[in-house]
Each structure stands twice: as C-alpha cells, then as structure tokens.
Design a protein around this ligand. Structure first.
Ligand SMILES: Nc1ncnc2c1ncn2[C@@H]1O[C@H](COP(=O)(O)OP(=O)(O)OP(=O)(O)O)[C@@H](O)[C@H]1O
Length: 598
C-alpha cells in the first residue's frame, strides 16, 4: 500500500468527478461569488461612512444602504446556490464509489477475504465514503474559496492602507509554516484513527455474529474488556488528532486577533495624522472581519482535506488489490458439460501460509467420472475442504490443474464455470431474504419452472418444512437464517445447491447438523437425485460415505487410494483407521448395552 502525495491521491478522484465537474465548478463559482460579494460590502461602507463623516447630505445615505442590503441578499442567494450545485453531485460520486467498491470486493478472491477484517471493509464502504462526499461538496470548494478570499481581501486591505496591509501580510508567514507542520502530524493520526475505527467495527461485527458463543462461554466481560481497550486506543488517537488541530487553530485564530489589535492602534494614529479617512479605516476593519472567517476556517478545512485524503487512500487500498482469479483472455465456452472431473498433479498452498510451510495439497491426482458420486475422506486438517474450493475456483491451484470435460477450468469464463459447479458448505450461509430467493439463488434464468424447481429441491433436501413457515417459502429467514435451526439452515443450503442444477456438485459435509433419521431420508433422496450429476462430497460420517459410488482417501496432501468403500476397507489400513474414527461416536444402543453388561 503506497502512500501518495495529497495531490496525487486527490487526482485519482478524476474519473469519479468528471461527470459532475460542471456542477461542481458552478458550486465553486457560487461560493467564490458569495465571498467576493462579502468583500464588496466594506467598499460601499467606506463611501457611506465618509459621506456622513464629512458632513454630506443625509439623503445620500439611502443609495449605498440599499446597495449593501442587495449585496447581503446576493451573498445569501449565492451560498444557497453553492449547496444546490454541490451537494447532489457529491452524493452521486459517493454512490458511484460505493457501488464500484462493492463490485470489486465481490470479485476479489477468497484469499483477499481471508486477509481483510469485515469491519475494515465496512468502514471503507460507509464512513470513509461519507467523509469523501462531505469534503467534495464542502471542504474542497471552501478550501480554495478561502484562499482566494484571503488573497483578494489582503489586496483590498493593501489598497486601503499599505502599512496596515503589511502588518496583516506578516502574520500570514507563520500561519503558512504552521500549516505545513500541521499537515504532516494530522495526516499520520488521521490514518491511524480511520484504521483503528475499522478494527473496532470488525470487533463489533464479530461479537454480534458470535454473540451466542460469547454468552454460552460467559465471555461477555472479556469481550467487553477487549472492546474497551480498542475503543480507548481509538479515543487516544482521536484526542491526539484534536490536540494537533487545536494547536493549529489556536495559531490561526489568535494571530489575526493580535494583528487586528495592533492594526487598530496604528490605524487610529494614521487617521489622526490625516493619512487615512475614517471611512477607509472602517472599510479596512470590515474587510479584515470578512477575511478572518476564511483564515480561521482554513485550519479545519485542511484537517478535513487530510481526513478525506486518508479515506481515499484507504478506498484505493482495496480498489488497487488485483483480482487474481479472472476470466481467461480467450475463454472457452462449452454451453453444457457432462461433468467429467479430473485433478492432475494438483498442488495448493494458501497465499497467507507462513513461508516454508508444506503445501496443503501436494500432487493430488483424481478422476471423478461424469455422473459419479465420489466421497472424499481423510483425517481432520488433511485438506478436504481446501480441495473442494479449488473446483469452483474460489482459490486457484498453485500448480497442476483441474479439468472439466478435459478443459482446464481456468479456460472457462468464471460465470460459466460456476454455473456448472454448485457448492454447499457445512457452514451454510443464508441471506436475509425469502426461502424462495435463497434456494433459487443459483437457478438458471429461463430454465425450469421456478415453482417446480423450488418444490423439487426442497423435497430432495427434506426441507419441505419451509412450506409451513408463517409465510411459506416467501418467509424472510433473517440474517444468516438465524430464525432457523442449524439442520434447517443446512437443508435450505443443500436445496440451493441442488436447485442450481449443476453438472458438478461439490458438497462439504452438508448433512453434519442433521439427526440420523433426517440424514437417512436426505441421503436416500440425494442418491436418486444425484444420478447423472458428478458429485464430490466430503464425508465426516459413514452414512455420507455410503452415498458414494467410490471413495477417495486423502493423506499427506495426496490421494492415497481410490475404490469402493468395501474395497478400501479390505485393502487400506489408513482408510480403516479414518473410518473407525468417523464411526467412533457410540450409538445409544451401544451405551445402553455397555451399562447393562456392567
Ligand atoms: N484460509 C486459510 N488460510 C491458511 N490456511 C488455511 C486456510 N484454511 C485452511 N487452512 C489450513 O489448511 C489445512 C487444511 O484445511 P482444510 O479445512 O482443508 O482441512 P479438512 O480436511 O477439510 O479438515 P476438517 O476435516 O477438519 O474439516 C489446515 O492445516 C488448515 O489450517
């Protein structure tokens, strides 16, 4: 993540800002107009005061007074126009950036999500983009307008009285010097605070997600301590930020006030000596009052600009992350595939694995014939789930290849590959929408009649309970399907995989949360349904193994043996060991028998 200079970072906004540039420029000129009008008022005031002071006709007062009133109204109108021109387009930019970020995050591979906390992505998608919008609609315009107003104001003050003007100009030098120092200090703590806010959001997200675990283990106080520590760190950073800003503001506010005091004394001496009229002195101080606003605002506006720069850096940290799992340059479109799956010399190491660690998969060779159901068995941590994730390209192989109908899967367009390969994981994520939408998530548009497909998938997965929910299959099943039991969620997720009607079905222990009777019913129906669908299924229970035509044994990162369950039981000692450990859980009858025999 390279840190670019302020200007180079802001320049990266150009693609987003180009469509709204005309409106933003109009907004800028409205704001500038308002400031220039404010600066014109003291000039009219000068004539007015001199007229009265030199004993002119009182009726001459009306003309300038009306001009001042009109100028005041014009200023208010221009401020209003600035808001009209700038606010709506800035929300366009915010929405555009948010949508592009979401799209990019969707495309980024699973390895990216292994590395990034969800809170960091959340804070980038929400808070950071809000900061950028406010800076675009207000901060950016007002920073430039403030500098122009100060420059024009100083020129007018010089024109009124050079000596007084010089005094004000002398104050600008330490202000600029302070500005540079402020930029460095504030920039660093601004980045730190936004990153810490992201980490805090991750903690909130994790503890809300895992609230049951925390409660069940009585870890609420520990989680609170942890959260408090993180919140305190963020508070300290925010305080450091506020201290830096207040030191800068103290200079920015107090210096002009000191100068104003000195100028007042010198100004009165100048008027007394006849070097200046009373009107000029009044105009000088009225101009100084107009200039004081932007001078004081410059500090906050610079702070806002630096915060927006940090938000942009954080946005582009994500946007610059390259998607390594992409469509091939010359994709091969197959239309339909029979589902012949071959893994050849497959090696895989997780991108974030410590250097020097052995690959999880190290030379896997396996052929799953079209329409065959193959169970994948191995001790815990042997790499079964990892292997499954390589088939829909959630990760790409480090070496070797996966072939579907003889074609390297990296040659298919990703969407096509994923329409041929459907997955159900043990951890069944459901979305906050209806049962129908969850199940038909991967169904091909224009394919089978959706109602029939839904009914069939729910029936095979033994999930017809969905029709008895309060609104039937239209029932919204809540965040991650929390209102459903673990077994119900798993069956809906299984129905989703079935409804996609894939050529290859990849199931990662999809029945683990079911009771024995339901599992048996699902297994029975799955066996009928899976005829003709190539299925690779991770088995943690003997009943799941029974579903398969053949079984592949994963050991030391390789396929150590392939055969039917009985062949392997007969010929392979490690297989007997794994199966024995799968079946290790005693049945109720075993327990009762053991009790009676005592
Ligand atoms: N995202 C990841 N990043 C780095 N290493 C990982 C990641 N996911 C899994 N691993 C490691 O890869 C190895 C294989 O894990 P995997 O989940 O594939 O095993 P498994 O055979 O499915 O285990 P189980 O039967 O317990 O589900 C383990 O050592 C695990 O720690």
């Amino acid at each position: 993540m390279t840190e670019l200079s302020l200007w180079r970072t802001i320049a990266r906004l150009k693609d987003y800002v180009r469509p709204i540039l005309p409106r933003l420029i109009m907004g800028f000129f409205s704001a500038l107009g308002a400031s220039l009008v404010a600066l014109a008022i003291p000039q009219v005031l000068r004539g007015l005061v001199d007229t009265i002071h030199t004993g002119g006709d009182p009726s001459e007062v009306w003309g300038p007074a009306v001009v001042i009133a009109v100028l005041g109204l014009a200023e208010a109108g221009l401020v209003y126009l600035r808001r009209v021109f700038a606010i709506a387009p800035a929300t366009d930019v915010e929405m555009g950036m948010r949508t592009r970020l979401y799209k990019h995050v969707q495309h980024l591979p699973a390895a990216f999500h292994d590395r990034w906390g969800s809170g960091q992505l959340l804070s980038r998608a929400m808070a950071d983009l809000g900061l950028i919008r406010r800076w675009l609609a207000f901060g950016s315009l007002m920073l430039v307008v403030s500098f122009v107003t100060v420059a024009v104001g100083l020129a007018l003050m010089f024109a009124l009285n050079q000596l007084l003007g010089l005094i004000f100009l002398a104050a600008a030098v330490p202000l600029i010097w302070q500005g540079f120092r402020f930029r460095t200090a504030f920039g660093a703590s601004s980045r730190l605070s936004q990153d810490q806010a992201g980490d805090l959001a991750t903690t909130v997200e994790e503890s809300v997600h895992g609230i049951r675990v925390l409660k069940a283990f009585g870890r609420g106080p520990y989680a609170l301590d942890n959260f408090h520590g993180q919140a305190e760190e963020l508070r300290q950073t925010e305080l450091a930020k506020a201290r830096t800003l207040s030191k800068f503001l103290a200079t920015v506010v107090s210096l002009p006030d000191l100068v104003l005091g000195a100028a007042l004394v010198i100004g009165i001496i100048q008027v007394a000596g006849g070097h200046m009229t009373v009107g000029e002195l009044v105009a000088f101080f009225a101009t100084a009052a107009v200039v004081a606003g932007p001078v004081e605002a410059i500090g906050s506006l610079m702070g806002m600009t630096l915060t927006a720069k940090t938000a942009l850096d954080r946005h582009f940290d994500v946007m610059d992350t390259e998607n390594t799992i992409t469509d091939p340059e010359e994709p091969r479109r197959a239309g339909s595939v029979s589902g012949d799956l071959r893994l050849a010399g497959l090696v895989f190491r997780y991108p974030d694995a410590a250097p020097g660690t052995a690959p999880v998969l190290d030379g896997v060779d396996l052929h799953v014939r079209a329409g065959e159901t193959m169970a994948l068995v191995g001790v815990t941590g042997s790499g079964k789930s990892t292997l499954l994730q390589l088939v829909p390209r959630l990760y790409d192989v480090s070496d070797g290849a996966v072939f579907l109908d003889g074609t390297d899967i990296r040659r298919f367009p990703l969407t096509e590959l994923r329409s041929h390969v459907s997955v159900a994981f043990e951890d069944s994520t459901l979305f906050s929408t209806s049962v129908r939408e969850n199940v038909l998530l991967g169904a091909r548009p224009g394919g089978e009649n959706p109602d029939e497909l839904l009914a069939r998938a729910l029936e095979v997965a033994q999930a017809r309970f969905a029709y008895d929910l309060p609104h039937g299959v239209e029932t919204k099943i809540g965040e991650e399907g929390l209102s459903l039991s673990g077994g119900q969620r798993q069956r809906i997720a299984l129905a989703r995989a079935i409804a996609a009607r894939p050529a290859v079905l990849v199931l990662d222990d999809p029945l683990s949360a079911l009771d024995v009777r339901t599992e048996e019913a699902v297994t029975q129906r799955l066996r009928e349904e899976l005829q003709g669908t190539t299925t690779l299924i991770v088995a943690h229970r003997p009943s799941t193994v029974a579903l398969a035509d053949r079984v592949a044994l994963l050991q030391h990162g390789r396929i150590a043996a392939v055969g039917t369950h009985s062949e392997l039981l007969r010929a392979n000692e490690h297989y007997r060991y794994v199966i024995a450990s799968l079946a290790a859980e005693p049945s109720v009858e075993d327990v009762l028998d053991a009790k009676e025999s005592r």
